[in-house]
Design a protein around this ligand. Sequence first.
Ligand code: NAD
Length: 400
Amino acid sequence: MNKMFGIGIVGAGDILYYHASSLGALRDKARFIGLADLNKISLGKASNRYFVPYTFTDYQNLLKRDDIDVIIVATPPATHEQIVIDALSAGKHVICEKPMAHTLESADRIIEAGNKYQGKLSFCYQFRFMPEIRRIIWLRDNGFLGNMIFGNFLRITLKGSTGNWWGQWNTAGGGVVITQFIHQLDMIIQIFGNPVSVFAEMDTLQQDIESEDTFGATIKFENGAIVGCGATLNAHRVAEKFDVIGERASVHLPWAVCSNDRRHMRKLIKAMNQEKSIAEFHKQGSISSIVKKIKNEFVGDGIPAKVMRTVLPKLGIQIQIGEPPLHKSLIAAFLDAVRNNFEVPVSAEEARKSLELCTAIYTSAITGEIVSLPLAKSTPFYKGINADVYRNRKTNRTSR
Ligand SMILES: NC(=O)c1ccc[n+]([C@@H]2O[C@H](COP(=O)([O-])OP(=O)(O)OC[C@H]3O[C@@H](n4cnc5c(N)ncnc54)[C@H](O)[C@@H]3O)[C@@H](O)[C@H]2O)c1
């Protein structure tokens, strides 16, 4: 019989729903045994909602329990390092929320601990499990896209959590880039490989936060590909879009696959139809299937911001795009990795890559210069950025 994993979660905030509902769907593999949060009110509400047997205000008590094998860290970014290291040193396996940490320095200490202790360690870049991303990787690896040439990634969104850490340099590590677009940075690296240089601009145009609410960047990759990307928290409708252009074919979100070469396109469609495992991904609840649940008048190439806030919860749909089935896929893959001693879905080294690219974007937007990657430990913002550095950045031309 397969081992039933005991799970403990640290953090009873907004993201808890995605973990708790994923664990509910994985009830044949895992049991949500304990929850810790500093805030007694959040803890009480969450334990009632999810029927959690044991709750603690000090996460150390969660770590002491022998019936807990895996700890999920769902607290603000600057707290990840301490909790991950404590959990690993207590002999637990760990899944930690993104971003890996609020600075590269903190991320490197997490990597060190990951190498020192036995427990497996992975990070929540669940968008990798999007059917569209899995299919792109499959198309690329089977030669259907040819050499990668160009990409364009856009995320127009709203401020995420209501937590007071949001948008603060010392607790979140920044704003829209590190807290939201880091998912897209992870996807971009998955698709295009290692970035070699970045040029970026950022500003706080409307939100009452310390860090950036809007950015745009151009990234160059080892193979010569160029990717343009950007995000804002000031959207009036929430949407994520991308275009990935290869030499032989292109892929797009909202989903489309195109090629100028009709013979190649016919071969490509035939191969996709034969690839059952890829077809299966589409049954997991892709963006399009979630959007279909919403009444027709709301369906377009994005979800109006007001609908995200008001209508969706009334319809019983609690989503951010791509979730929660994606958290479920990541947790299931992690438990399989622990059970069979496989590689984890997103290793610490992989999670560091998107944080490094994020730091390069910040460095360019602060200095006004093109920044080369990889970043050395002597890079100016290895230990993080503060409000003064941000305010006095070379590219600060806002007159607001
Ligand atoms: N993967 C995703 O798509 C996704 C989406 C949203 C948030 N997140 C990430 O999840 C994490 C939490 O985000 P959130 O939106 O739930 O934040 P939140 O502010 O809603 O909740 C954080 C909770 O952590 C608790 N906490 C803080 N320090 C603690 C400590 N030392 N011990 C115990 N509890 C502590 C707080 O009391 C709070 O209840 C962040 O890293 C965020 O980036 C990931």
